[in-house]
Design a protein around this ligand. Structure first.
Ligand code: SAM
Length: 178
């Protein structure tokens, strides 16, 4: 018999989620992808303005939670299994520098760069030419190096918003695929 008292683990919407949501609510297009959807909050913000919204998360608990908001929800690494192309890909990155991935919601490995770069490389394969990715990182990560790496991958990048928090500055980046 299923033990109903077992709690699932996923990233609950926080201040970074709401900051991100404010900057994507007017985005429009045919297809959008939310990588690392957590609770599904950001994917749900995109739903009214896109014909198709897909969400992915590496955490099965997250996809179970997100399914209530977004039915096209897949448990996988970044965009790896997806064959379709998207106008917009978003990701609120796990950006904290770490030696190991203990919590996939926040741990980004060396300089907070390794996981975000893996996610962006995977996303690049599913972004339409001229389409874009919007991602959130922080002053706690080596965000400048990340911008350099992404430019090298063929994106035109710009910081579209920042928000000062107690311990860090949140940085929202738009990366358009050339
Ligand atoms: C900072 S949380 C953001 C959650 C949610 N998007 C939000 O804004 O509230 C990062 C999310 O990315 C997921 N994640 C981490 N690495 C991933 C990967 N390689 N592929 C897919 N999802 C990943 C985590 O499980 C977590 O749900």
């Amino acid at each position: 018999m299923q033990n109903k008292s077992i709690k699932t683990k996923y990233y609950s919407p926080a201040e970074d989620t709401l900051f991100f949501a404010n900057h994507i609510q007017n985005e429009k297009g045919k297809s959008a992808l939310d990588i690392g959807t957590g609770s599904g909050y950001l994917a749900n913000v995109l739903l009214p303005n896109f014909e198709v919204v897909i969400a992915t998360d590496i955490s099965f608990d997250a996809t179970k939670k997100a399914y209530h908001l977004i039915q096209n929800c897949i448990c996988c690494n970044a965009a790896d299994p997806l064959a379709m192309k998207f106008d917009l890909v978003i990701c609120n990155m796990p950006y904290l520098p770490s030696d190991k991935i203990i919590d996939p919601a926040v741990d980004g490995l060396d300089e907070g760069l390794v996981v975000p770069l893996q996610i962006i490389k995977s996303a690049k394969n599913v972004i339409k030419k001229g389409g874009k990715m919007i991602y959130l990182t922080s002053s706690l990560a080596n965000h400048k190096k990340l911008l350099e790496e992404i430019t090298r991958l063929g994106f035109h990048t710009k910081i579209i918003a920042t928000k000062k928090m107690f311990f860090e500055e949140l940085i929202l980046v738009e990366a358009v695929l050339k």
